[in-house]
Design a protein around this ligand. Structure first.
Ligand code: EPU
Length: 433
């Protein structure tokens, strides 16, 4: 186990190269299970969620080979069927995509219910299961496993109206429908950029999916998917996280390898807060010289402000002039991190899915414990902006979704290092949880 030591209070200057999108990668890897032939996936982020999922694929019998540090070749031709055990599934929420992928390809799947980031509330998958059932699968949940089997061995296309525009349900149903018989229509589908990316990946392997990125997705099932090459889109949330870091710390950073359009929902808010953003081809120049000013934020499904940026923007708002109100309308208990911010001197009150932040002049370094991936990223931002030294434990959460976070922060002048924690410290962290 490691912890991060951060010496904060200095502006950030330089360039950061943004990696491939985590939430696209964690769906595209399971999608590769459906492909009968080698697929080469480029711009794969080097994060622990990706390693876990690639490990599950190997356990199922797929051949996985890194061609270079960000290009992986997956060959699932020899896979026959699959059971994903609890030990593998519990460590990564996206393992639930194995359900749609295995069900689509083999007409049967047996996957342990996932773990992943816990926001203090349960994360239901009822819409995923509703979709599989509509496609003709018999679905049972027993002893922590979801067992799904298509009547007659192959799913049949259907019309599915999602009660909630869920990212996971949209992708899972799209995966299973890609190899179903006939046409599937998903209405009230989620529209996040990574949904389009998964659809593009499947289409490049021979699927026939139309409308991804709108709220109606049409999938004409095909009987086989063949190998090919694909490059994952840049990570909107990783880029947004570094933008929030510049907002909080000040300075000027160029973010390279991004799709500026995907950043609009985040850029608009940061501009309102006094951050300057200039688009140059596939990069953004982000700077903050003057004071930060308050803003109200309400998280919404894409193209609204993403819930996955809520804690990071809160870190910046702690240092903004005036009172800001954050409403999380996607995850209503995603404010656990605010207790850690308070220990740094932040003024925050939480009431249900609302956080009211009274900006303060400065935060001071403290001992912090990451409680989920984006909360961990937010603590990192707060620590970089704070005066004095902070220590962040439970950084394995951060490493689930941020590639080379230490190298990237150091590259723009942030003072951060990782150190091994002692056995006593490890016990203290464990008992605190
Ligand atoms: N929901 C249901 N039933 C379902 C599924 C979802 O009621 O069957 C509800 C949830 O309770 C939530 C809302 O719908 O209130 C949205 O959930 P969604 O299904 O869209 O979330 P998810 O697929 O579980 C993905 C990302 C999350 C991100 C959310 C929202 C992955 C692996 N995870 O989760 O990312 O917060 O979409 O955008 O793609 C992260 O990256 O830090 C992260 C947590």
């Amino acid at each position: 186990m490691t912890k991060y030591i951060v010496e904060g209070g200095r502006p950030l200057f330089g360039e950061i190269h943004i990696s491939g999108a985590k939430n696209a990668a964690v769906a595209i890897i399971p999608a590769a299970l459906m492909v009968n032939g080698p697929c080469r996936i480029e711009n794969m982020p080097r994060i622990s969620d990706v390693s876990l999922l690639l490990g599950i694929l190997q356990d199922l019998g797929a051949r996985v080979r890194y061609v270079n540090p960000h290009t992986v070749e997956i060959d699932s031709s020899s896979l026959r069927n699959g059971r994903v055990p609890y030990e593998s599934a519990r460590r990564c929420r996206a393992s639930y995509y194995m359900l749609g992928a295995l069900l689509g390809r083999f007409g049967a799947a047996d996957v342990a219910l996932p773990g992943g980031c816990d926001f203090g509330s349960t994360r239901p998958i009822d819409q995923h299961l509703k979709g599989f059932r509509a496609l003709g699968a018999q679905v049972d949940t027993q002893s922590g496993f979801v067992m799904a089997e298509a009547a007659g061995g192959r799913l049949k296309g259907a019309n599915i109206f999602l009660d909630k525009s869920s990212v996971g349900a949209t992708i899972n149903i799209m995966l299973s429908a890609a190899m179903a018989e006939g046409m599937t229509v998903i209405e009230n589908a989620a529209k996040e950029p990574h949904i389009v990316d998964v659809a593009n990946f499947l289409n490049s392997m021979g699927a026939n999916i139309m409308g991804a990125g709108t709220d109606v997705i049409k999938v004409r099932g095909v009987s086989i998917l063949r190998g090919g090459s694909y490059s994952i889109i840049p990570d909107q949330i990783e880029a947004g996280t570094y933008m929030a870091a510049v907002a909080a710390c000040g300075g000027e950073v160029k973010l390279c390898n991004i799709i500026p359009k995907h950043m609009d929902c985040i850029s608009a808010k940061l501009c309102e807060m006094g951050v300057e953003i200039h688009e140059v081809d596939d990069s953004l120049l982000v700077s903050r010289i003057g004071p930060l000013v308050r803003a109200n934020i309400k998280t919404m499904p894409y193209p609204g402000f993403p819930t996955d940026m809520q804690p990071q923007i809160a870190a910046a708002l702690c240092l903004a002039q005036g009172t800001s109100i954050i409403t999380d309308s996607v995850w209503n208990t995603r404010f656990r991190y605010t207790d850690e911010f308070k220990r740094m001197g932040a003024q925050i009150q939480v009431d249900g899915n609302l956080a009211i932040i009274e900006g303060v002049e400065r935060l001071t370094g403290a001992q912090l414990e990451a409680c989920d991936l984006r909360a961990g990223a937010a603590m990192l931002i707060a620590a970089l902006a704070a005066h004095g030294i902070s220590q962040i434990t439970n950084v394995q959460y951060i490493e689930r979704g941020y590639e080379d976070v230490i190298g990237k922060i150091r590259g723009v002048g942030g003072r951060i290092r990782a150190v091994e924690i002692t056995e006593e410290e490890e016990l203290a962290v464990g008992s605190a949880g």
